[in-house]
Design a protein around this ligand. Structure first.
Ligand code: CA
Ligand code: CA
Ligand code: CA
Length: 485
């Protein structure tokens, strides 16, 4: 009877209703090794005409041991038949069992209403709390594409065909140009298929990450001590204010014993992370180590800068000086009083008509009232690729909003990366520890791509490579990122 009580208590403790962007995962129920929940998200697709791809949700599970209170990554069965998804969805397993992709099983489009999913866990017997996480992704199919530029992009690669031969034999520095070093065949060039996050990491996603860490790990991944008072901004570096980063300490931790509880807290009078707190705004003030630690934890991996170009351009020919949406159209948007309706909400949008080449760039001020906006802010039911500011395969804000933290080909640290995926766990200090991921050593293997809400339009040009050896060792109000798998 006592054990039964404990299980009930632990189930009550996990009444999560995860909402990141549009993905909603209901509170999971557990029976033996089977974990069941409903998933829903908006504007899903699976198309058999260009861009011939689909979107998906990368779903992974964390378990909290009721004895130790520690969260760890839960492996899932790698056998497709062990899982089930109601129509119109299907499950796609991965060989390392770190999660599953859930996607449309047939050609179609539109919103996915709450749909039943059952996943089979592969975890040791024990008493746990469970949390299910969902990250929207777009599929990037295997195929040849052209990297580089044809205009005055800035530091751009030579126009270079990335095909099966290039991936299998590597590229010389002279071939790829752009002050790149030679690229070995082990570096993911974007020829082979992968999934890319549809959006930049959001503030609520970073909060969910922080809330599964130990106190010591949290201390590494934020700017302030986790035992700071409630409502202390967690990411304060650079800029002259919070720059729309709303992540705060909701409940202070207890030094080296109890982790803090973080939340989005733009409007704490109404409650934390409750729909008016900036949860869906791109998370800025992240260092490369923050981005990559998030990705290791989520069992994803960093994106290379050649993959960045594949996601943006797809198989289309080069357009000189194009942005991520494949044209040179660009329209200036930034957050300011009166420009946004439903500011800080999941429905945040601009009051003016959205135009072709919609892009968040060019504020040229570090004033704390300026900052990034909600991810996917330009996409509507009727928007086209250019008005939505969408990359070829449907990823959003690949130009503008926050910089994309990608792995450079500009130095040996970067090109040593071989695509190893995160395993869901960080080291005891909260740092990523996946093999070949660049470790900071003077040059940290980062290049920033796609511009941001502060910089001029030239940096938002897709092929611009102004920072091939960037030291993104600190946090700044324009830095963020996303991952792939
Ligand atoms: Ca609130
Ligand atoms: Ca961006
Ligand atoms: Ca790891």
């Amino acid at each position: 009877m006592k054990k039964f009580t404990l299980i009930i208590a632990s189930m009550l403790a996990c009444l999560f209703n995860t909402q990141a962007n549009n993905v909603t995962v209901t509170t999971p129920s557990v029976s033996g090794q089977n974990l069941s929940f409903k998933i829903s998200w908006e504007n899903s697709w699976n198309t058999n005409y260009a861009p011939n791809n689909w979107d998906a949700v990368w779903v992974f599970v964390k378990i909290q041991d009721c004895a130790t209170q520690l969260w760890s990554h839960a492996n899932l069965s790698t056998v497709v038949g062990d899982h089930s998804a109601a129509a119109p969805l299907m499950i796609e397993t991965v060989s390392d069992g770190k999660g599953v992709f859930i996607r449309r099983s047939a050609v179609g489009g539109g919103n996915i209403s709450a749909t039943n999913i059952t996943l089979k866990l592969n975890v040791p017997a024990g008493t746990y709390n469970y949390k299910v996480y969902g990250i929207e992704m777009v599929h990037v199919p295997t195929g040849t594409f052209t990297a580089g530029g044809a205009g005055s992009e800035g530091g751009q690669y030579n126009a270079t065909l990335i095909d099966a031969a290039a991936q299998s034999s590597g590229l010389t520095a002279a071939t790829i140009g752009g002050s790149s070093v030679g690229i070995p065949s082990t570096y993911p060039m974007g020829y082979n298929s992968f999934y890319c996050m549809k959006y930049e990491i959001t503030q609520q996603q970073y909060v969910d990450f922080l809330n599964s860490l130990t106190y010591t790990q949290q201390a590494t991944r934020v700017d302030v001590a986790p035992n700071s008072p409630a409502n202390t901004y967690a990411l304060t570096s650079n800029g002259s204010g919070n720059n729309r980063n709303t992540i705060v300490i909701q409940t202070p931790g207890n030094n080296s014993a109890l982790p803090a509880v973080f939340a989005c807290g733009a409007s704490t009078v109404t409650g934390y992370s409750n729909g008016d707190d900036g949860e869906s705004i791109a998370c800025n003030k992240l260092s490369s180590a923050d981005v990559w630690s998030y990705l290791d934890w989520a069992a994803l991996r960093p994106m290379t800068e050649l993959e960045y170009e594949k996601v943006c351009r797809g198989p289309m020919p080069i357009v000189a000086n194009e942005y991520a949406w494949g044209s040179t159209d660009i329209t200036y948007y930034y957050n300011a009083n009166g420009y946004l309706t439903n500011a800080l909400m999941p429905t945040e949008k601009f009051t003016s008509t959205v135009s072709n080449g919609s892009c968040l760039y060019g504020v040229n001020s570090s004033s704390g009232s300026y900052g990034p906006c909600r991810v996917g802010i330009f996409a509507t039911n009727s928007s086209g690729r250019s008005s939505a500011g969408a990359a070829y395969y449907g990823a959003m804000e690949m130009s503008g909003n926050v910089w994309e933290t990608t792995i450079t080909t500009g130095n040996s640290n970067g090109v040593a990366f071989n695509g190893t995926k995160g395993d869901g766990a960080l080291d005891a200090n909260g740092n990523y520890d996946a093999a070949t991921w660049p470790v900071y050593s003077g040059t940290n293997g980062v290049t920033l791509r796609g511009g941001c809400w502060v910089n001029t339009a030239g940096y938002a040009v897709m092929a611009n490579r102004s920072y091939p050896n960037y030291n993104q060792s600190a946090r700044a109000y324009t830095y963020g990122g996303r991952g792939v798998r």
